[in-house]
Design a protein around this ligand. Sequence first.
Ligand code: OGA
Ligand code: FE
Length: 275
Amino acid sequence: MTRTARTPVQAQLKFLADKDSPLLYVPSKGGGDQTEHLGNFATRTVEIHNAREELPSTSLDREGFMLTRHNSAVQDFYDDSQLDGIYHGEVAELLKDVTGAGHVEVFDDTRRSSSRALQRDRGIREPANIVHNDYTADSGARRLRDFFADRPEGLQQLGQRRFAIINVWRSIAGTVADQPLVMCDATTISDEDLVSVERRAEERTGEIQVALFNPLQRWYYFPDMRSDEVLLFKTFDSAVDGRTRFTLHSSFENPSAPGDAPARESLETRCLVFF
Ligand code: OGA
Ligand code: FE
């Protein structure tokens, strides 16, 4: 395998430039449409460090993300029945192992590709091109209540426990070169960098966070993520005790990727993780 990494790389990330104009985030549905964001967003060049070299060990409660090996028995990640029948159980076991959690509920799968043709053919979404975190303090807590809307006994049983929302992100094709994920070390984010934005999808209205640029932020990626690796990152934690609750991330155009690199195809699986 040729390593595409010559790190750190300089890349363009999209941040909120000011928080005075009205903000709104309307996610793409998939199939070739685009996510729309209202607000004054501007691109910044940032240095993106090689997490494999510079962060040999990371934690979900500190940096907010970690990479781990995972061999899945799934043959075809485009087959929903294999996600339900095989993958979700694997992910639940993995998260219990890694975090010590007692119970995991998988609630969402999103496939994305950087190829327009694949987006159209597969009906999937484009990479996320603004720096964001998927939940806010309010919307994370609401997601839990909505998940159990039809099962009040589930909420009764688990609702008192500390819980987190963790994304499990992986390639569903080969090694990732084009449009990898970039993560901000959560210990370098200050509360003032984060701005809540309504996320208006057809099926539900929620709230995400976008970010103002701050030179103290330190950005990382895992070059050449293989199909037997998963990136875990925490987008919400109900604990308010100093541990990381939110993790900023985006995708980026990787200047060190070969021009003929295959398109990225990925799956992110969102999980409610109870401790
Ligand atoms: C996510 C996410 C973006 C991407 O997994 O939460 O924002 O481009 N992914 O894969
Ligand atoms: Fe996200």
